[in-house]
Design a binder for this molecule. Structure first.
Ligand SMILES: Cc1cc2nc3c(=O)[nH]c(=O)nc-3n(C[C@H](O)[C@H](O)[C@H](O)COP(=O)(O)OP(=O)(O)OC[C@H]3O[C@@H](n4cnc5c(N)ncnc54)[C@H](O)[C@@H]3O)c2cc1C
Length: 507
């Protein structure tokens, strides 16, 4: 019998397990596949290490705070990652200091000067108000912390709370239309790219806070290195981690989670179950529907996730390719910007492609004298669905098809990186099917729940607590809004869930 069973060794599951083990709880982590870290993992192909998921993340101070709280005091240095947009309208680094960015836009668009000042003033004010929202806003907290936040709210934050409520009802497009005239400038400010703005103002504030105020950073130990530190800590504190052990069912008695059954039929009991698998998987696959209300089942079924992507990993000989257009480690590139309602998923010129100079993040990722790139573009699961015949099984034709798409993607990127195709010495391709089977996310989703708020029917923003007693969720799908960015939100929910369990036990 364990105090807590954690389903999944992603970053959310590991941090929760490490905190509970440090506080003397008997924990068992059950991981379906052969490695820890979930999507925060690197894999080796030849002499290259490539990232399965995150390339860098925001809120480094919060990450360090959470690690230190559980006694992980290793020196981790963070290097800031920068972001550049290259399109037919822009070549700009937008991750820079907020005021410098504003000045650069004023220099490029002198006729927008007045509107830019007003837009930046209003957004800056909102960013400052929402920047540390997880520390005081009851909607982004749970349990005891939430109750405390509610009392402080009335004394200290009511006015800001009301303003945030109001801004959450204002589409960013409305404010951009009010202050800015140029349509491409509106897109840059509303999406950090070339698409039409769809977010509300609060989400826009989260996005620019992550990018410009907190910044996006890469840790000296590598993102995967944080998982390794957590694993060491769990084991040192007497916790157990079992790999290759899929949980097939969460056992529930009288609406309370009491244990799990693994795929080989083993039943293990615990006081608490923490699920780091994605929300749909937990509620649609791991729980008997008779233990859930129809309304919750419908809610989970009908709320969408963010989509998936095609990712091409390349090992390259740098002297054969001209990389001079890349002024930052992360470049979003769109060769042409044309309105097109029927996207052709085999044509990449009219879409944003992320190009990451991955090997610049760490000397271990590529052999000396060589470099590596990661190319990513949105790709709906439905476009690849027909090739999947079972877990890790594909119909004939899948391999040549994904290779064809990868080559087209490379051809498009070659427009700004001349010589790219002849510089390639290693190539690996991931599709939405890869992310489904390998990242274990429903339909290969990448970045949590849909950003389209009209499609969200959940009442709470935090989904850590669940309708089942003693079952809590952690990870990127345990929140509705990515207010800290992906990786930090996974850590934050793992930490919150551990505190919730410890607080309830104390009562
Ligand atoms: C391609 C990609 C790119 C991304 N880029 C970024 C980025 O640049 N920056 C950023 O901040 N975030 C990024 N993210 C989001 C990032 O993955 C998350 O922020 C973070 O790694 C997710 O952690 P998690 O705790 O939610 O768990 P996950 O990484 O989803 O891990 C969940 C774990 O649960 C296991 N599991 C599932 N089902 C079972 C079961 N039945 N039994 C046992 N175990 C099970 C899985 O095998 C997995 O190990 C990216 C994600 C992807 C996929």
């Amino acid at each position: 019998m364990y105090d807590v069973i954690i389903i999944g060794a992603g970053i959310g599951g590991l941090i929760c397990a490490a905190k509970l083990a440090t506080r003397g709880r008997k924990v068992l982590v059950l991981e379906k596949i052969h490695h820890i870290g979930g999507t925060s993992h690197i894999f080796k192909r030849g002499d290259y290490y490539f990232p399965m998921g995150p390339l860098a993340f925001s809120f480094p101070d919060l990450i360090l705070e959470i690690l230190r709280d559980i006694g992980i005091k290793n020196q981790i240095k963070f290097t800031r990652s920068h972001f550049q947009l290259i399109s037919d309208d822009f070549d700009i680094i937008y991750s820079q200091d907020w005021n410098k960015f504003k000045q650069e836009l004023i220099n490029q668009f002198p006729e927008e000067r007045k509107g830019l000042h007003k837009f930046f003033d209003e957004l800056t004010d909102l960013i400052k108000k929402t920047s540390q929202i997880h520390k005081w806003h009851p909607d982004f907290l749970i349990g005891k912390k939430r109750a405390i936040a509610k009392t402080h709210l009335i004394q200290d934050y009511q006015e800001i709370y009301d303003q945030i409520e109001e801004y959450s009802r204002i589409p960013s497009k409305k404010l951009l239309d009010k202050y800015i005239t140029d349509k491409d400038l509106k897109k840059l400010l509303g999406t950090q790219g070339t698409y039409d703005p769809i977010m509300n103002m609060v989400h826009l504030a989260f996005m620019w806070n992550v990018m410009s105020f907190q910044g996006i950073w890469f840790p000296s130990c590598g993102i995967h290195g944080i998982s390794d530190l957590l694993k060491e800590k769990i084991v040192r504190e007497g916790g157990e981690i079992k790999l290759n052990t899929p949980v097939e069912q969460i056992l529930i008695e009288d609406k309370k989670a009491v244990g799990v059954q693994t795929s080989d039929g083993t039943v293990i009991y615990a006081d608490w179950i923490v699920a780091n698998a994605d929300y749909k998987k937990v509620f649609l696959d791991l729980i008997d529907p008779s233990d859930l209300s129809n309304s919750h089942l419908e809610l989970v079924k009908n709320t969408e996730y963010t989509g998936s992507e095609l990712c091409v990993y390349l090992g390259i000989e740098p002297e054969k390719v001209d990389l001079s257009k890349l002024r930052a480690e992360h470049v979003f590139y769109r060769a042409k910007t044309e309105k097109n309602d029927n996207l052709n998923f085999e044509d990449f010129a009219n879409r944003e492609i992320e190009i990451c100079l991955w090997s610049d993040k760490s000397a271990m990722f590529a052999p000396k004298e060589m470099k590596s790139l990661v190319l990513r573009v949105n790709m709906p699961y439905s476009h690849f669905k027909k090739w999947r015949t079972g877990e890790k099984k594909r119909d004939q034709g899948y391999r040549p098809y994904k290779k064809k798409l990868a080559e087209r993607l490379i051809d498009t990127v070659e427009m700004i990186l001349p010589g790219l195709s002849s510089s390639i010495v290693k190539m690996e391709i991931a599709t939405p099917l890869t992310y489904q089977d390998w990242g274990q996310r429903s339909q290969g989703s990448i970045a949590g729940w849909t950003r389209d708020l009209k499609k969200i029917q959940f009442k709470n923003k935090m989904l850590v607590e669940t309708p089942i007693d003693h079952l809590v969720m952690v990870g990127i799908y345990a929140v509705l809004e990515p207010f800290l960015g992906g990786f930090p939100v996974s850590m934050y929910t793992g930490d919150l869930a551990a505190d919730l369990i410890l607080d309830i036990e104390k009562k």
